[in-house]
Design a protein around this ligand. Sequence first.
Ligand SMILES: Cc1ncc(COP(=O)(O)O)c(C=O)c1O
Length: 368
Amino acid sequence: MPNKNFLRPTWAEIKLPALRSNLLKIQDIIGPRAKLMFVVKADAYGHGAVKAAGFAEREKLAWGFGVSSVEEGAVLRGAGIVSPILILGGLYPFNSFVEAINLDLMVTISSLDAARQVIEASRSLGKKAACHIKLETGMGRIGARKPSVIKIFEELSGSRNVVIGGLYTHLACADSDPEFTAKQLGYFAETAGELAKYGVNGVIRHAANSAGLVAYPGSRWEMVRAGLAAYGLMEGFEPVLSWKTKIIFIKTVREGAYVSYGKSFKAPRPMKVATIPVGYGDGYVRRLSNKASVLVAGRKCPVIGNVTMDMTMIDVTDIGDAGVGSDVVLIGRQGGDEVGARELAELAGTIPYEVVTLITSRVPRIHI
Ligand SMILES: Cc1ncc(COP(=O)(O)O)c(C=O)c1O
């Protein structure tokens, strides 16, 4: 067994050396002057936020961390993480600001209302609040346009309890639309220039996500916020997560036999069929039914029939020595072959972010 703490042989391995090499590579790309914010929201895209951030902090691989909520920040603070943490999400209800300030979490401010609330929260606590103002440049999610950003800036600057730590935006298609990205970056530069007239110092300007930091040197400013590249889910970086299981049952079926719910697979010939203890209840999504392959003995074996909640069937007819207990790789390398999260994403009609983030808490994460 991979670990004494669980019996069902389905687990994810998180290779911390690969994470280190990706974070070092990002730092190398952006140069020593730009800071690296390691985005660890959604439990570090399914990689385990406490372990991933703890490792990055110990090894001094990141300046700080990006999370999506007070709750995610609280988990990191509870685990002893002391680096700067920015809540990238919009905060509501506004009393979330009190909790965030108490935990020394930097907050994102996207409206004048939120600015006033954070000032009030910091005043009532008698504690400084660190804010990053969010500029809307084309993502259409949270953020204020330039005139409102200037008003927010003036409002926050008027408070002794607030520190304006940053101005930022988020790129909507840095991996696909250079023209749109250039427009976003142009508007960001224009707004940053306008704010500079107020003589502000020490405000970290940041815009780049992983795709941005690689493709647009001009997007790097004083900081980048990287998730995808850090987890090796992008071309040129090393995958950090592998997902493994073992065969728990094996049988032969006759030609014409059906496999799984809904009769979506009918054996075209006598076949050796193995069952693996993983299903959509683990985040191995049902859309992979009859599409994905897994690795057994270093060779690709197709998933046959519908993925069920807890079990999935695979065709091991050509794997002579496959038997109960054989190692199976759902994501990762085995022998000379590989199944990548990006490949699964394509088969399931989604993006690699979703493939790894959907791996449920039922799957133990083993950090190596
Ligand atoms: C605001 C913000 N910044 C940065 C990131 C990191 O993006 P990526 O994982 O593409 O590097 C995200 C992720 O979705 C985000 O929402």
